[in-house]
Design a protein around this ligand. Structure first.
Ligand code: NAP
Ligand code: MG
Length: 485
């Protein structure tokens, strides 16, 4: 039985509040579509303000007992979650493909990546270390301990429906926080399936509550206005992130924000061009370009620009487009109709400013929300597409002449999440990596995500880090105890 059929048959395609699966208080529902066909596949309740506050009640009721649960017990729950999710990788991948559209092989990779956050934070759960020292004046001891930040609100996007959830749930469980997960309305099923899995591996009722809601502003706002909620961990757009930071200010809620990106991908004249093309394909096309760290602007040194563009265009042109469940598919549909419309408009506008479309440029003739792999060359360095988070399989290429110019172009953005540098000269790679204003830089690599590495951005790309030891610290508060004995 597929996970979707199992959720529906067992009534777990519903809100998970305090260990109970329920309908929305007012009966509202969200219809989940398959982006490859534009047809409905399921419906789930759309939580109301009352449901959101009931989830805060549930999280509050068990907050103290969960914080007092031995770290080893929480670690072992996370370990079992890692094993259960890894064992069911194919079934979870199918569910992700159904509601989100990505190619099956990518969905499977996402599930394994998502599971790794459980494994990583299983280890971190027993590494909540404090410190003790003698004050410089010798009058006291300075003891510093880390305690759970408290009830945490986790708001996630649709692009990695499993991994964006586990990247928050893992450290929250490790830290001893109880939580409410509000997944994106396009992809609520994966979040509910993760809620069911956590229940099975022994997470006590009320520790992880899952409340999908299409009334996200209202419901998230009401939960943030409840003074019992002490933490917001948000992944999504910069636009919504700013709204939530303002709202969180009312009760000075601790915020971790993983927001949008506009990653530059720099190819210097001394780069291995085959490696750069391969890396650009990964950095641009992973998740169909719908990734916050997707290469959004490709800058190539003039001496190698023609060669790079030709080989990259060939790779893009040979990408197989189709429904995610077709085993030969490399590129699935975009998330929804709006996304396909937006990208079509962006490509048309850039072409009208004089860019050349060397590959793709339109929608394939099939149902669903598809867009062709597209390459744009001769893009002017000030074209608006370079100041837009494209979030699709469209690659604009710009040429540069000097290292200084490349760094200036890379930094000419309000965002600062990821960047990529290809060069045969490691000294140059490190120099440029240090000069680029981004939270993460790949040198001669198109794939940088790792649960053991601190993921996050600078400038308008966010606050805080996920993964690594830093990811645990986001769910802990430091307490200083002054003692004399
Ligand atoms: P989004 O529109 O900002 O939505 C993200 C989440 O916020 C969804 O759960 C959404 O719920 C909810 N939301 C929307 N409006 C809200 C409001 N007014 N108040 C409270 N919650 C609200 O972003 P998206 O389109 O799903 O995702 C794409 C964006 O996420 C991109 O900008 C991408 O770069 C970013 N992203 C960043 C990272 C990172 O780690 N930095 C990772 C992945 C994605 P509904 O679905 O119900 O609207
Ligand atoms: Mg959908």
């Amino acid at each position: 039985m597929s996970i979707l059929d199992d959720l529906v048959a067992s009534g777990r395609n519903r809100l998970l509040i305090g260990g109970e699966w329920r309908d929305a208080s007012d009966g509202a529902e969200i219809t989940v579509l398959d982006p490859a066909t534009a047809e409905p596949i399921a419906s789930v309740p759309s939580g109301s303000v009352a449901d959101g506050l009931a989830a805060v009640d549930a999280a509050s009721a068990v907050a103290a007992s969960w914080a007092a649960t031995p770290p080893r017990d929480r670690a072992e729950i996370l370990r079992r979650a890692f094993e259960a999710l890894t064992d069911r990788a194919d079934a979870f991948a199918e569910l992700i493909v159904r509601e989100m559209g990505k190619a099956f092989r990518e969905a499977r990779a996402e599930v394994l990546y998502a599971a790794e956050f459980f494994r990583w934070f299983s280890g971190e759960a027993v590494r909540n270390l404090g410190s003790i020292s003698t004050a410089p004046g010798g009058d006291k001891r300075i003891i510093s301990v880390h305690q759970p930040v408290g009830i945490s609100l986790l708001v996630t996007p649709w692009n990695f429906p499993a991994a964006m959830a586990t990247r928050k749930i893992g450290p929250a469980i490790a830290a001893g926080c109880t939580m409410i997960l509000k997944p994106a309305s396009d992809t609520p099923l994966t979040a509910l399936a993760i809620g069911a899995l956590l229940e099975e591996v022994g997470v006590p009722p009320g520790v992880v509550n899952v409340v999908p809601s299409a009334r996200s502003g209202e419901v998230v706002g009401a939960m943030l206005d409840d003074p019992r909620v002490r933490k917001l961990s948000f992944t999504g757009s910069t636009e919504v992130g700013k709204v939530l930071l303002e709202r969180a200010a009312r009760h000075v809620v601790n915020c971790s924000m993983e927001l949008g990106g506009n990653a530059p991908f720099l190819v210097f004249s001394d780069a291995d061009i085959d490696a750069a093309v391969e890396g650009a394909m990964v950095a641009k096309m992973r998740n169909g370009g719908q990734s916050c760290i997707a290469a959004n602007r490709i800058y190539v040194h003039a001496a190698v620009a023609a060669e790079f563009a030709e080989r990259f265009s060939a790779a893009m042109a040979s990408t197989r487009v189709g429904p995610g469940m077709d085993p030969s598919t490399e590129l699935g549909p975009l998330i929804n109709r709006q996304a396909a419309d937006d990208i079509a408009g962006l490509v048309e506008a850039t072409a009208s400013h004089g860019a050349r479309v060397t590959v793709g440029g339109g929608r394939p003739d099939r149902p669903g929300f598809f867009f062709e792999p597209t390459v744009l060359t001769d893009v002017a360095p000030d074209d608006p597409i370079l100041a837009t988070e494209i979030f699709g399989p469209v690659a604009p290429i710009v040429t540069f002449e000097t290292e200084e110019e490349a760094v200036a172009l890379a930094n000419d953005t309000l965002w600062g999440l990821a960047a990529y540098v290809y060069t045969g000269d490691l000294a140059r790679g490190l120099r440029v990596a240090e000069a680029i204003e981004a939270g993460m830089v790949g040198i001669n690599r198109g794939l940088i995500s790792d649960p053991a590495a601190p993921f996050g951005g600078v400038k308008e790309s966010g606050l805080g880090r996920e993964g690594a030891h830093e990811g645990l610290m986001e769910f802990l508060e430091t307490k200083y105890i002054a003692a004399t004995w």
